[in-house]
Ligand binder design. Structure first.
Ligand code: SF4
Ligand code: SF4
Length: 232
């Protein structure tokens, strides 16, 4: 059954079934895979800015995903609903028990129209039958449906040695923040290579940090004798 343009339960079901125990190949990790990973974790931390301008966080279910969108619900009485309606932006992060994390922050869409909202609620309740225990019968329609379809995120496997990380984007280019780079001021002294706990700095002119294996700890920056390492 189609619930609104382009979205039906069959589409949502394609986002199911990712095996959380399986370590992905680097090429496998893209936006669609990361959304499926978050759906498999399911209970993830959602952060917003509250009415006082302060950070607020709570655990919310990822109710369904497609290749490009992540869907969640917010009952209209909750402060979380107020926050997302006001800010139109959310950040979320989920982690497995073996220290693999996926985070995403992005703009929220709120499909308009009661019929569309009700149809989406029906679809998401079909995907997540346990929701009926909380919101039985017509009570389900106190929930509003939101989705993220424009945002930036990163998959981060802290359990590997060296660590592995890969940015992704829902629309546009992946975001690169808080990364360390070696500039032309490098005198090739090798101090950073010896100091790096992840062995992810390669010699060259200048030396180069392998970003996908960098912990972003900053040890190399503090060790460099000529301040050749910068954070961007
Ligand atoms: S930030 Fe840490 S992990 Fe990354 S290159 Fe520097 S020392 Fe290595
Ligand atoms: S410690 Fe600084 S100068 Fe030495 S190799 Fe590393 S980046 Fe270059």
């Amino acid at each position: 059954m189609t619930y609104c343009v382009g979205i039906d339960v069959a589409t949502f079901k394609k986002g199911e079934g990712l095996d959380l125990a399986a370590i992905p190949e680097p090429d496998e990790v893209d936006a669609a895979w990361c959304l499926r990973f978050l759906r498999a974790i399911r209970d993830v931390a959602f952060a917003t800015i509250d009415a006082d301008g302060l950070p607020s966080v709570r655990v919310i279910d990822v109710m369904a995903v497609t290749d490009e969108r992540l869907y969640f619900l917010a009952p209209r009485g909750k402060a979380f609903h107020d926050d997302v309606m006001r800010e139109q932006f959310v950040a979320l992060v989920g982690q497995t028990s073996d220290y693999r994390t996926c985070r995403l922050r992005g703009r929220i869409a709120h499909p308009e129209g009661e019929a569309v909202q009700h149809a989406l609620v029906d679809a998401l309740f079909e995907m997540n039958p346990s929701m009926n225990l909380l919101y039985s019968g017509e009570n389900r329609y106190i929930c509003d449906v939101f989705y993220i379809e424009e945002g930036k995120g990163e998959y981060f496997d802290l359990g590997q040695n060296p660590v592995f990380r890969k940015p992704f984007a829902l629309g546009g280019e992946p975001e690169v923040r808080g990364t360390f780079f070696i500039t032309d001021a490098c005198i090739e002294c090798e101090t950073c290579v010896a100091a790096c706990p992840e062995q992810c700095i390669a010699s060259g002119s200048p030396y180069k940090i392998e970003q996908s294996h960098c912990l972003r700890c900053g040890i190399c920056q503090e060790a460099c004798p000529v301040q050749a390492i910068v954070k961007r």
